[in-house]
Design a protein around this ligand. Structure first.
Ligand SMILES: [Zn+2]
Length: 439
C-alpha cells in the first residue's frame, strides 16, 4: 500500500473515531439516562457535526499523490470539528457529577421556562420555523451570567492553523443550541438564578430575530428626546430589552437579584457601555413590573431601593421605554406584544410568597413551577439570608423533583434531520473561508 493510500486509511479511522464518540454520547440521552433532558440539543449538535464531517470525508477521498495539502487540510478540518464538539461536550460532561447535575438541571429548566413561551408564539406565527433548541446553561469564570451572543467575553485556545476566537464564535453560534454561561460561584446560590432570565432575553432577541422590532419600538418611546439621550437609548436597546424581558419572566425576583448584583458593579466599561447605568436599569425593571400589572410589588421595591434608584433624566424615560418594549406588537410573534406572551402574574407572586414562608419554616414548598420556586428562593434570601441558605437545598430538591423524565425538545423533528446536516455541510465552508481569510 502506498503512503498516500495509508494516509487515507488513517484519516478514515480518525473520522470513524469521532463518529463513534458522537454515537456514544447520544446513547446516553434515552429515558432515565443522565443526558435525557439534552436529547434534542445533543441530537441536533450531532447531526450538524455529521454534516460537517461528511464534507471532511469527501475531502479525504480527494487525497492523492499530488495533493499533500489536501491531507493536511482534512486533518485541520477534523480537529476543528473536534473543537466544536468539545465546546458542547465539556458542558454536557458536567451533568454527570451529582454536585453540578442538580443545580444545572434547575438552571436549564429555568432558562427553558423563560424561553419556551416565546418559542411557542414564534412557532404559531411561523409554522415552518425550525428554530433552536432550549438554551444550555454552563458554568464559566465570567463575572455575571452571559449569553454567547456578544463577542466580548469569548476566547478559545488558538493553536496554529485553528480558527481564531471570533471565527470560532461565529461557527458555534450558527449551531442550533443557544448557550448561556453562569458564573461558577452562582451554582449553589439559587437567589441569583433570576439573572438567567436576562440571558434568556438575549437568546429570545437573537433566535427569533426581534432586533429590528426592538429598535422600532424603542424609537416610538424616545423619538422626542434630545439627540444625546436618544443615542444612549439606541446603544442600550438590546440590554434594555433583556432587562424588561427578564422582569416579565421572573417577576419582582429579577429586580431584587439585579439590585444586589448592581450594588457591586465592578470596574467601569471602557468607552460607551451597552448597559444602561445601574439606576436606569433598576428604573426600567420597576417600570416593567408596572407594565406587567405588579404595581404593588413595584412600589414595595421602590421603597426598599430608595430614591437613588430613579434620579437621572434617563430614569425618567424608563416608563415609556418599558411600555414600548413590552407593549408594542411583534410581527414575528403573530402580532402579539411580549407582555401577552410571557407573564409572571400576581398569582405566581402569591404562590412564591407562600413557598417562601414554607421554606423558612423548614417545610417542603408546594409549587412545582420552576419560576415560582426560584422567585421563592429570592424572596426568602431577601427576607432572611442566613436562614434561607441553611435550607436552600429543600427548594433545589423540590425543583429537581418537578422535572419530568421526558425530553425537552423544542422541535418536533426526531434527532435533527437533513436541515442540520446541510447546515453542518455549510459550516465546512464557513470554517474554510475563515481560515483562508486569516492566512
Ligand atoms: Zn445583557
Amino acid at each position: 500500500m502506498s503512503r498516500v493510500d495509508r494516509r487515507r486509511v488513517e484519516l478514515d479511522v480518525k473520522l470513524a473515531a469521532i463518529e463513534h464518540e458522537l454515537a456514544l454520547w447520544f446513547g446516553d440521552t434515552g429515558r432515565g439516562l443522565p443526558l435525557r433532558k439534552h436529547r434534542s440539543q445533543l441530537g441536533r449538535v450531532v447531526e450538524t457535526l455529521r454534516g460537517l464531517l461528511g464534507r471532511v470525508a469527501e475531502q479525504v477521498e480527494l487525497i492523492g499523490p499530488d495533493s499533500v495539502d489536501t491531507a493536511y487540510e482534512a486533518q485541520e478540518n477534523l480537529l476543528e470539528a473536534y473543537r466544536v464538539w468539545e465546546f458542547f461536550r465539556s458542558k454536557f460532561a458536567l451533568r454527570y457529577q451529582d454536585g453540578y447535575r442538580r443545580p444545572l438541571a434547575v438552571a436549564d429548566e429555568y432558562a427553558w421556562a423563560c424561553y419556551r413561551p416565546v418559542l411557542r408564539a414564534a412557532r404559531s406565527a411561523r409554522p415552518d420555523l425550525v428554530g433552536k433548541e432550549p438554551p444550555l446553561v454552563h458554568l464559566s469564570g465570567a463575572f455575571s451570567p452571559y449569553a454567547h451572543l456578544r463577542g466580548d467575553r469569548f476566547t478559545v485556545e488558538e493553536p496554529a492553523g485553528a480558527l481564531n476566537s471570533d471565527a470560532f464564535q461565529r461557527v458555534v453560534l450558527s449551531l442550533p443550541v443557544p448557550v448561556v454561561g453562569m458564573p461558577w460561584h452562582q451554582v449553589r446560590h439559587l437567589p441569583d438564578f433570576p439573572l438567567l432570565a436576562h440571558e434568556a432575553g438575549h437568546c429570545v432577541d437573537h433566535d427569533f430575530e426581534l432586533a429590528d422590532d426592538i429598535e422600532d419600538h424603542l424609537y416610538l418611546a424616545v423619538r422626542d428626546l434630545p439627540a444625546a439621550r436618544r443615542a444612549d437609548w439606541d446603544r442600550w436597546g438590546s440590554e434594555a430589552f433583556a432587562d424588561c424581558f427578564a422582569t416579565l419572566a421572573a417577576g419582582p425576583a429579577y429586580v431584587s437579584a439585579l439590585a444586589d448584583f448592581l450594588s457591586a458593579p465592578g470596574p467601569p466599561a471602557e468607552g460607551p457601555s451597552a448597559h444602561p447605568p445601574p439606576d436606569v436599569r433598576l428604573s426600567l425593571t420597576l417600570a416593567a413590573l408596572d407594565v406587567a400589572g405588579l404595581t404593588t410589588h413595584a412600589d414595595a421595591l421602590r421603597r426598599d431601593l430608595g430614591p437613588s434608584s430613579e434620579d437621572s433624566p434617563h430614569a425618567l424615560d424608563a416608563p415609556s421605554v418599558a411600555a414600548a418594549l413590552l407593549g408594542e406588537p411583534h410581527p414575528w410573534l403573530g402580532g402579539r406584544a411580549l407582555k401577552e406572551v410571557v407573564t409572571f402574574s400576581a398569582r405566581h407572586q402569591d404562590d412564591a410568597v407562600a413557598a417562601m414562608t414554607a421554606v423558612l419554616d423548614r417545610r417542603r414548598p408546594r409549587p412545582s413551577d420552576v419560576r415560582t420556586l426560584v422567585a421563592a428562593a429570592r424572596l426568602a434570601f431577601d427576607h432572611a439570608p442566613r436562614e434561607f441558605t441553611a435550607v436552600q437545598d429543600v427548594v433545589l430538591q423540590r425543583a429537581v423533583d418537578a422535572i419530568d423524565d421526558g425530553t425537552r425538545a423544542a422541535t418536533d423533528r426526531r434527532d435533527g434531520g437533513p436541515g442540520d446536516r446541510e447546515a453542518g455541510a455549510a459550516l465546512f465552508d464557513l470554517i474554510n473561508e475563515a481560515r483562508g481569510a486569516a492566512r
